[in-house]
Ligand binder design. Structure first.
Ligand SMILES: Nc1ncnc2c1ncn2[C@@H]1O[C@H](COP(=O)(O)OP(=O)(O)O)[C@@H](O)[C@H]1O
Ligand SMILES: [Mg+2]
Length: 222
């Protein structure tokens, strides 16, 4: 399965989500996982380098890919259970190329106006790519949500605005938690730092919700 974590807004949590999902697949599903890092800033590549220096951690492979990466992704998908693509927002070509072969596209969105303003453009890109990749499933996931109860309407509103573009919005969200930032430090994830914690459960919930959609659709198409 090719899973693209994309979007054009920096800081929305693309790399963070890509990394934590990669660990979930490797650790909890015992799957083989590769991260394709398309961001020239090499956030995920640096994280993997730190991770693979620690023999105690499940190995996750990583490759840097830029530009027209469609065929690269297709052949990598033959060798790994999960190819997780971290698209850095800058390389539009890699983002479009990944969308043209991805089974699932996850677009993290903070519940902030400037982030949500990018939703129409993402919808535009997605509908173009759906012409060549009609089975692609795209979902917004609301990230870094404020946890104060009086902020709950903001989260709901963000979900509603995203849904109004006709793209699926996951029920599962991430709240703003320091553990996401702190756990990245040594190539680890929320699963190593606090496996039974709230953040780990948020990632499990996102992964399971996403995988359930995939199953429903593949059932539909036989
Ligand atoms: N749910 C969250 N709560 C708190 N911090 C987060 C969360 N998700 C991501 N972050 C932090 O926000 C920063 C930007 O995230 P990152 O994944 O690098 O964004 P992007 O790849 O979209 O530019 C990182 O320091 C990351 O640890
Ligand atoms: Mg990034």
């Amino acid at each position: 399965m090719i899973l693209l974590v994309g979007g054009e807004k920096g800081g929305s949590g693309k790399s963070c989500l890509a990394q934590n999902l990669a660990v979930f697949f490797a650790k909890e599903l015992a799957a083989t996982v590769l991260i394709a890092d398309c961001d020239p800033q090499r956030t995920s590549s640096d994280w993997i380098q730190a991770r693979n220096n620690d023999p105690e951690l499940e190995t996750i492979n990583c490759i840097q890919l830029y530009g027209k990466i469609r065929n690269d992704l297709l052949s990598l998908n033959e060798h790994y259970d999960y190819v997780v693509v971290d698209c850095g927002g800058q390389d539009n070509l890699a983002l479009r190329a990944s969308m043209s072969v991805a089974h699932h596209v996850l677009i993290p969105m903070r519940p902030k106006r400037r982030d949500i303003k990018t939703a129409p453009h993402m919808e535009d890109m997605l509908s173009t790519c759906k012409m060549v990749n009609p089975k692609m499933i795209a979902s917004f996931v609301i990230t870094q949500c404020p946890s104060l109860p009086n902020q709950a309407p903001r989260i709901l509103e963000a979900k509603e605005v995203c849904a109004s573009f006709g793209i699926n919005v996951l029920d599962s969200i991430t709240y703003a938690r320091n553990i996401y930032d702190d756990s990245e430090e040594k190539g680890t994830s929320v699963f190593e730092v606090d496996p039974d914690g709230k953040a780990a459960n948020e990632i499990r919930s996102i992964a399971n919700e996403m995988l359930a959609i995939k199953q429903e659709v593949s059932y539909e198409f036989g």
